[in-house]
Design a protein around this ligand. Sequence first.
Ligand code: UDX
Length: 453
Amino acid sequence: MNVCVIGTGYVGLVTGVCFSSLGHNVVCVDHDLDKINSLRCGVVPIYEPGLKELMNKSTKANNLIFTTDLEEGMNEATIILIAVGTPANKDGSANLTYIKRVALEIGQYVRPGMTIVTKSTVPVGTNKKIKQWVSFSSGHQQFSIASCPEFLREGNAIKDTLEMERAVFGVEDVQAELALRALHKPINPTIIVTTIETAETAKYAANAFLATKISFINEVANVCESVGADVEALARVMGLDHRIGTSFLKAGVGYGGSCFPKDTQAFIRIAAEANYHLQIVPAVERVNHEQRYRLLAKLKKSCPILAGKRIAILGLAFKPHTDDMRAAPALDIIQALLSEQSSTIAYDPVASDQAKRLLPDVVLASSWQEAVKEADAVLILTDWAEFKSIDLEELKVLMRDSVVIDGRNLFHPEEMKQQGFYYDSVGRAQVDGRLSQKKEAPSPSLTAQTGTH
Ligand code: UDX
């Protein structure tokens, strides 16, 4: 099948690369010439495991071409996938500027029989608007439109696309359904054919529900801390009920990223515009926001005055396996630390370049060891495997004071206590092994004195 993908951001690039790897002929179009030139040279502008290798395989096989010329991109195509950004406006609504521009441009080259599919997350009713915009500039309506929302996760994008569990085809006619079926044939997912409005709403509902699970378990974690329960064991008890499910019950510092914060906000607005005032989703957002500051409160319990203290941050990306820092908890937490005049030094295995741009005032370390050296406290904000395998003895020797505040529950409180750390995490017991270690290990001079008596 000949496919044109418009937009080479996260969704567009992954979609183009994956469908080309399945044997479709894909042309990826973007108006950013620098980006297209680097893609042509095999340079991937985002950090996504496996993407570069798959992309280079497809370009070598001539299944994947990059261009800035939409006419060239649409020349042979029967299906056009729109994957341009829909950033949030200040009021939380989705900004459709790019979508509109692209729709008007598509109208110049659209031919009868083509199907135009929106992969971007757009408010309900947008696909109908796309139909109007394309028809306005083409002067005809001999094409179909469809909504096929994307559910991929960053860091897992290739697997989520090539092995997608389900695909939603929101279509207006059989032509669009058949085109989408042909496109997805090599993947063979469970297909749900719906109206366009249902597909558009499904994406928001799915993301809002996942965000709800996270805020729910974070609230439960906060209760656990007060009643002496352990959220990790509790989440397992809950999750093994298949009606609840084990995933997205990991308590922590809250969600970030390019989807949940933006989509929950947009969903609240979409509902309000349709005269329904959502009650659960705004609470989910509030809990998520407060969760970040609870971690700071934990730090202040052991370190009441932050001014002049050296605080090491481990993890900047909103989650592991990505360099994405959009709406990452680290952004708010580091700003708060800096505003209290603490000396903050941060390390992330891959997000340093993003951090230089987003947090120009923060000092960046090139290893976790460099970050924690002489630190009064360490804050763990991303659950990178590298942090989980930190040698605790080495950590203790490097730090000035052994305070670890773990926003991702990477370590066990009991082990941290035995190793002599002050350790606070999320939804579990707070422990302080510093005192007991001092008591248990008498100083060499005392031992010597005892020996002489
Ligand atoms: C999400 C959806 O999963 C995906 O289907 C949608 O298309 C886009 O949004 P993504 O933003 O890439 O994907 O990340 P995801 O893996 O879902 O994690 C989102 C955030 O939730 C991260 O900050 C993560 O740390 C946090 N999270 C996730 C938790 O705090 N606890 C959990 O149990 C799961």
